[in-house]
Design a protein around this ligand. Structure first.
Ligand SMILES: [Zn+2]
Length: 167
């Protein structure tokens, strides 16, 4: 049995106790962009926030790219979120290789050179990287200037969150 098969059995059993009110239209209050790293999966609970209040946007490396900015525009303009947190973390897998290294490896392994993804957004300095992501959101013309955008680094070893102060 694969993990997917096991998950299908579990969700079928859990549906018996499903709270139908979860199907009401969403009204999140805050958007959080964070890494897909499993160590960040409990971040909403660790922040003491309710699942219903958070529009959680995740990708590998906490990148503000075309897709996450698309989600943030919808989140703030259509869903009504009023604040944005960008939560990067130390020990991120995206700080353990350079884009060019991975691209070279993939070209060798597959023999293909596709046009996408154009970048993997690897990084070396987590604080600097977080500042750059914050700046990309703050300067986007379709994200209202009156929405606070704050960047943070989560320490996976201590569970503590540090705010990254803009330059
Ligand atoms: Zn990460």
């Amino acid at each position: 049995m694969t993990i997917i098969d096991e998950a299908l059995s579990a969700i079928a059993a859990n549906a018996d106790d499903y709270d139908a009110s979860n199907g009401s239209p969403p009204a999140p209050k805050i958007a959080i962009v964070t890494c897909a790293d499993p160590r960040l999966s409990g971040i909403v609970r660790m922040l003491g926030l309710a699942d219903a209040d958070v529009d959680l946007i995740r990708n590998v490396g906490t990148v503000i790219d075309d897709d996450s900015v698309r989600s943030l525009i919808v989140s703030t303009r259509l869903l009504g979120t009023r604040e944005i947190m960008i939560i990067n973390h130390n020990d991120c897998g995206m700080s353990k290789f350079a884009d060019q290294e991975l691209e070279a490896r993939l070209r060798t392994e597959t023999g293909a050179t596709p046009i996408a993804p154009a970048r993997f957004y690897s990084f070396t300095d987590v604080e600097q990287n977080t500042k750059e992501q914050v700046a990309k959101v703050k300067t986007h013309p379709w994200i209202s200037a009156d929405i606070p955008v704050r960047g943070f680094v989560f320490d996976v070893h201590t569970g503590r969150l540090s705010e990254v102060v803009p330059d």
